[in-house]
Design a protein around this ligand. Structure first.
Ligand code: SAH
Length: 255
């Protein structure tokens, strides 16, 4: 990694709030209604920012990070709804590919294809995703120490896993079994659904800038998706995100 900052983008306040105390020599720059917090984590120059929710907010944030702050790579963190069987609440998903499930310019273009790009799936940077998945595995191995086993059991979490694969994004909070069934039928290999990752992927592809998406599974994108959502984000996902980001940067090589 160079002196250009690594960008770490949070979808929600609780996660940014958890990361900020890890930031040394912090200074804040305001642009386009966002606060960009510069500093160092584990010796690496980083910029932390809250993107807001949804594809436009995420794409705007990604472009600002690359164009105004020259971020060398982007990591988007947040929570997601588990889609694939076996992707349970409390698991971590590292995206290898991303797709916009609400993109549909058919019959002019194939459904899901981003018009004029010829692509529906955008790849995350493989070495970055490898490093984040390794950090996530190390952190989940000590999840009981990080959060406390009784507290995890409270959320029905008993032994979390890291998954790697397709993450799908759209401007819709998926909170019904009917909708998640439909998405599973359309994209059988999708691990999780969220609202920002594929937008960041498209923006980063334009800039040819490496990015990765790291998500803690907060719900199963079904009729009870909203239950415990806020508490889960504050008490579990934010703790994981901070631990994984610090562990990843502690193992990352400068230069
Ligand atoms: N109540 C929250 C709103 C969160 S919107 C608030 O006021 O802040 C949902 C966020 O979590 C988005 O950032 C999205 O990426 C992610 N997410 C988690 N579960 C999801 C699901 N089932 N469907 C879509 N997005 C989901």
């Amino acid at each position: 990694m160079s002196e250009r900052p690594v960008a770490i983008v949070s979808a929600m306040h609780d996660e940014l709030r958890a990361l900020l105390p890890a930031l040394h020599d912090a200074r804040t720059v305001h642009l386009a209604g966002r606060a960009f917090h510069h500093g160092r984590i584990q010796g690496h120059p980083v910029v932390l920012v809250l993107s807001g929710i949804g594809k436009v907010a995420a794409a705007t944030t990604a472009v600002l990070l690359m164009h105004a702050f020259d971020a060398c790579q982007l990591v988007f963190t947040g929570v997601a709804g588990g889609l694939h069987r076996g992707v349970r609440v409390g698991d971590v998903v590292v995206a290898r590919q991303l797709l916009q499930h609400d993109m549909d310019a058919s019959p002019l273009f194939p459904r899901f294809e981003v018009p004029l790009t010829g692509r529906s799936r955008f790849d995350a940077d493989a070495p970055l995703a490898d490093a984040l998945a390794a950090a996530a595995r190390r952190c989940l191995d000590r999840a009981d120490a990080l959060i406390g086993a009784p507290h995890l059991l409270d959320f029905g979490i008993d032994g979390a896993r890291v998954h790697e694969g397709l993450v799908i994004s759209g401007d819709r909070f998926v909170a019904s079994a009917a909708h998640s069934d439909e998405l599973r039928a359309l994209q059988p290999d999708a691990l999780a659904v969220e609202m920002e990752g594929a937008a960041v992927a498209q923006a980063c592809a334009d800039f040819e800038r490496p990015f990765a998406v790291l998500r803690t599974v907060s719900d199963r994108a079904d009729d009870s998706a909203h239950v415990d959502f806020t508490r889960f984000t504050a008490e579990v996902a934010s703790v994981y995100t901070r631990a994984i980001v610090e562990d990843w940067l502690a193992h990352a090589v400068h230069g």
